[in-house]
Write a protein that binds this ligand. Structure first.
Ligand code: NAP
Length: 196
């Protein structure tokens, strides 16, 4: 069995994330992709991130209609900072030794994977798939690792940062996020005037 683990802040989740998960699922023959919203990202201490519950619910709404996608609270419910090492170790134990795990996230953040918590051990736990925006070039060090697959996803031209800016500026986000996520953002007045 092969399972994808889609790690991200998802603030908010958007169609670029969903297209990425589907492209990786197809390319690597994954049976399931589990989205794992971060609980307390270690590299964002002090930064303004929406509550874990808002990000979890938006992710849940976004994947609800696809039986090959799921969402996990593993990082949200764990105390302390969200380290990918802890997550992949726990998921590896949960799915068992016959399961191959593929950790999927953005190429910008995965570029620094050698600085992550327990990086040498993490690199032995699973495969890594870095999703890049169009025209992204990988640095040499990244290529040399050999553990990390790069998948270019044109739909990742959409970005959560731009979506938050759009909401603040009163610009449309329709067709950039699933309709249920759009409704949730407006209903809960997320991203307005910096309010979360
Ligand atoms: P981020 O800094 O919010 O995002 C970095 C870039 O990657 C952004 O361009 C972002 O686009 C993109 N991105 C994020 N998640 C993506 C995904 N699943 N698919 C495609 N593109 C994605 O990154 P983050 O969300 O905090 O971290 C990403 C993952 O790496 C999380 O699971 C996090 O826990 C893990 N991580 C672990 C450690 C550690 O263990 N020490 C350190 C850093 C990151 P959008 O803004 O549009 O999403």
């Amino acid at each position: 069995m092969r399972i994808g683990v889609m790690g991200g802040t998802f603030d908010p989740i958007h169609l670029g994330h969903l297209v990425t998960a589907e492209a990786v699922r197809h390319r690597f023959g994954l049976q399931q992709v589990v989205f794992v919203p971060t609980g307390r990202p270690p590299h964002k201490r002090g930064n303004d991130v929406s509550s874990a519950e808002h990000r979890y619910v938006m992710t849940f709404l976004a994947v609800l209609s696809n039986p090959e996608f799921g969402v996990s609270r593993i990082e949200i419910d764990r105390l302390g900072y969200s380290y990918t090492f802890d997550t992949m170790l726990a998921l590896g134990e949960m799915y068992g030794p016959d399961c191959e795990l593929y950790f999927i996230t953005g190429a910008d953040v995965m570029r620094d994977i050698h600085t992550w918590h327990r990086a040498p051990e993490l690199l032995t736990l699973c495969h890594f798939v870095a999703a890049s925006r169009p025209d992204y070039t990988l640095c040499e060090r990244f290529r040399q690792g050999g553990h990390i697959h790069l998948v270019e996803v044109p739909a990742m031209a959409i970005s959560s940062t731009d979506l938050r800016r759009r909401v603040r500026a009163g610009e449309p986000i329709r067709y950039l996020v699933p309709e249920a996520v759009e409704n949730y953002i407006y209903e809960h007045r997320l991203y307005l005037n910096g309010a979360r």
